[in-house]
Design a protein around this ligand. Structure first.
Ligand SMILES: C[S@@+](CC[C@H](N)C(=O)[O-])C[C@H]1O[C@@H](n2cnc3c(N)ncnc32)[C@H](O)[C@@H]1O
Length: 351
């Protein structure tokens, strides 16, 4: 939804957009794609297997087929490629982690008014609770496993030899950077429970041998070590402006002279802070799930970066259609030793 709503009909149509998501989620809630598997079904047989009414399933399947996630031939339904793989619990490409979170979000978004009234999250998830963290970390992997390599391939790390994936969760981006940069060593910094998942994933990849792990709460503690690059992806929005500025200072301190801090997030790009729509809508998730998070404009984030000592703040463009967020990458540099010395000499001549 990117167009502006001006008429009642447009308003009605915008609200009615809940219908297709509801149909798709009903399919997931029934685990229908797993039940369909790799054979064709009549509605009568499938309704027996799923233990639901034939009339209800007929209307559901017809809509799933109209959406393209099932295929219909005559009176038989079978899975589309997507249904047979990413939506099918028994397939190795199943994206269950993220699908589970989308189902939970449907219910959570239904409680939005509570958060609007209180200004607080609807529930207080304990970020370190191992079960919650494990599920969330797998969800992040399932969300990014295809785009991370495409994005990492477009970010030139040059002579960088060390990279820290700060708030890297499953380490999907760290692994993608390792794959593209054979001389790179990477570390994932996150909560202990997230790092357990990162280790499980890395153990199945050859490049996982070049990955190390930094358990840390970086909203409270200094970042140990020195890195050429810090990658900060999809973390900015979790925190308040003040918290982010403190984290930027910690990142600056952990970077080598000339090092780079690269932020990926849902930046707002217009003067009023309304667009892109995806970035505005994402702020609602932050209202529902965090105490201080939000989405921020690229220009205010650039100001915070300069305040922390970074120079050369610029946006990195990716090929259209390969971005996580529209125009969603900002890069900032730590001055190198020579530049620092020149700046100092210039200052002393002027004084
Ligand atoms: C939305 S996920 C993003 C994961 C990954 N960077 C990506 O782009 O897909 C945010 C991650 O930051 C981690 N995180 C947030 N605050 C943290 C903190 N204070 N200390 C350690 N990890 C933190 C979370 O545990 C989670 O894994």
């Amino acid at each position: 939804m990117s167009q502006r709503i001006t008429t009642f009909e447009e308003f009605r149509d915008a609200i009615s957009a809940y219908r297709l998501p509801r149909v798709l989620l009903a399919g997931l809630e029934l685990d229908l794609f797993t039940a369909v598997g790799d054979r064709s079904w009549t509605v009568a047989d499938l309704s027996k297997k799923l233990k639901v009414s034939e009339r209800g399933l007929d209307i559901l399947c017809r809509n799933l087929a109209a959406a393209g996630v099932l295929h219909k031939k005559g009176s038989l339904y079978k899975n589309s490629r997507l249904g047979a793989t990413a939506l099918n619990r028994t397939h190795r490409a199943y994206r269950g982690g993220y699908l589970d979170i989308m189902q939970t979000h449907w219910k959570d978004w239904g409680r939005m008014l509570e958060s609007v009234q209180s200004g607080l999250p609807i529930d207080h998830d304990i970020p370190d609770a191992p079960d919650y963290r494990r599920q969330f970390t797998w969800a992040m992997h399932h969300r990014t496993l295809e785009i991370a390599p495409v994005i990492a391939a477009q970010i030139r790390l040059g002579r960088a030899r060390t990279l820290l994936d700060l708030g890297g969760g499953p380490g999907t981006y760290a692994m993608a950077f390792l794959d593209k940069n054979p001389r790179l060593q990477a570390s994932v910094c996150d909560r202990e429970a997230a790092l357990i998942v990162a280790k499980e994933i890395a153990s199945t990849h050859r490049t996982g041998r070049r990955l190390s792990y930094v358990p840390l709460d970086f909203s409270r503690e200094a970042i140990p070590g020195t890195y050429d690059v810090i990658w900060y992806s999809n973390v900015l929005h979790i925190y308040s402006p003040e918290d982010n500025q403190a984290i930027f200072r910690r990142a600056f301190a952990a970077l080598a002279p000339g090092g780079r801090f690269i932020i990926q997030d849902a930046f707002l790009h217009d003067r009023e802070g309304l667009h892109p729509t995806e970035a505005s809508l994402f702020a609602v998730s932050m209202l529902l799930f965090t105490t201080g998070g939000n989405t921020y404009s690229a220009s205010e984030t650039a100001k915070w970066l300069k305040g922390a000592g970074f120079v050369g703040v610029k946006s990195l463009s990716l090929k259209k259609g390969t971005e996580d967020w529209e125009n969603g990458i900002l890069q900032a540099s730590v001055p190198d030793r020579r530049q620092k010395a020149i700046a100092r000499r210039t200052q002393s001549k002027g004084s």
